[in-house]
Write a protein that binds this ligand. Structure first.
Ligand SMILES: [Zn+2]
Ligand SMILES: [Zn+2]
Length: 368
């Protein structure tokens, strides 16, 4: 089940679009509007479940990153056929969440001051920029308070008024057998207030979507998928609430040679079998440019790792003052072709050593 499909919005939908779509669907499939319609009821539960997750930026992000977390937990919309009592009371319990549909809890009388939603945008970084740090600009699609109506949604010179039908609650209660069911107010559509002349710029929403350029400083040593928080640069709040935050998520280009491991870099370095056997001093490239010397002892084995302290990535949190390490992992290269003279030398070596490197292996077989 794709929660975005359930709410009939795209994956890129703003929190506002999600809220609007939810309201529309919740009204359409509300059990009270579809008495005895099991399909509508299931659909309603799915819608609520999807909204519970997608309406909360934090949960939505988790869902986007790993949707599996949200399944298999017996969530809404996964129930069996046939309504039993438990099912129904669960449905009633679900109405509590309806407060969310209308942007407030059922007990408050007005639209509350709400903080704007946080926004996450990605920024692509070259390996070098991530390593050294960079100040860059990102385009942020953001909901800003409408300048025309100052965020009220009402045309200049007019003001929204409290809905007379529901007294601003956005809900109407109706007795139905044992239960009192609440339904969204049909007059104000659950808003609790009525805008007689909507602002022509924002269409009554109070916010407008803009693309804003935001300057962001990426610290040296930034890792892939790291988030840099810029407070107050997210969506505008409602009713004078504070703006949300902006999170800039780094997408760091992969390097063909250096692989990041925490604050360390790992580099695979080929060494000849002669270097490995005799020992050698080799030059190894550094992530930031230039080289570093690494001393291989005689008898270095394939896969052996050497640590060059402080030659890794700057630790982003320390503002570049502390650094990780460079891990040099050697792989022993065996020549694919030998000249006649080389062959003779190796044959002479074999004769000299007269060794059996598999002796241990067979010993172990024999003892088992
Ligand atoms: Zn406006
Ligand atoms: Zn109303």
């Amino acid at each position: 089940m794709d929660l975005y499909k359930v709410l009939e919005v795209s994956k890129e939908a703003s929190q506002d679009e999600i809220r609007r779509s939810y309201r529309r669907l919740a009204r359409e499939y509300h059990p009270d509007a579809n008495p005895g319609d099991k399909k509508a009821e299931d659909r309603f539960k799915e819608i609520q479940h999807a909204y519970e997750i997608l309406s909360k930026p934090e949960k939505r992000r988790e869902y986007d990153e790993g949707p599996r977390t949200f399944f298999g937990s017996g969530g809404a919309g996964q129930r069996q056929q046939g309504t039993d009592f438990g099912d129904f009371s669960d449905l009633l319990g679900g109405f509590g969440n309806l407060g969310d549909v209308f942007g407030r809890t059922a007990t408050t009388n007005q639209r509350t001051r709400t903080k704007g939603e946080n926004i996450t945008v990605n920024v692509r970084l070259s390996f070098k920029d991530a390593l050294n740090g960079v100040t860059t600009r990102v385009g942020v699609p953001v909901e800003e308070a409408c300048g025309e109506c100052r965020g009220t949604g009402a045309a200049p010179g007019t003001a929204p008024r409290t809905c007379p039908d529901c007294g601003g609650r956005g809900m109407q209660s109706r007795d139905q057998g044992f239960f009192a069911l609440s339904t969204p107010c049909s007059r104000c559509g659950g808003e609790g207030r009525i805008i007689e002349k909507p602002c022509s710029v924002c269409g009554g929403d109070g916010r407008v979507r803009r693309s804003r350029q935001v300057k962001v400083r990426i610290p040296a040593g930034a890792r892939d998928k790291m988030k840099v928080r810029i407070p107050g640069r997210g969506n505008a709040g409602r009713e004078g609430g504070p703006a949300g935050d902006l999170y800039v998520r780094t997408l760091v280009e992969e390097h063909p040679v250096f692989k990041r491991r925490g604050d360390d870099f790992v580099v695979g370095v080929p060494v000849s079998f002669v270097e490995a056997a005799l020992g050698a001093e080799i030059q190894v490239p550094r992530p930031g440019g230039g080289t570093v010397r690494v001393r291989l002892p005689a008898g270095t084995q394939d896969g052996k790792q050497f640590k060059v302290r402080g030659a890794g990535a700057p630790k982003a949190k320390s503002d570049g003052e502390e650094k990780g390490n460079l891990i040099v992992r050697v792989s022993v290269v065996v020549p694919k072709k030998l000249k006649r003279r080389e062959r003779e030398i190796l044959e002479a070596l074999a004769e000299e050593r007269d060794e059996d490197v598999r002796e241990d292996l067979f010993k172990k077989m024999g003892s088992s």
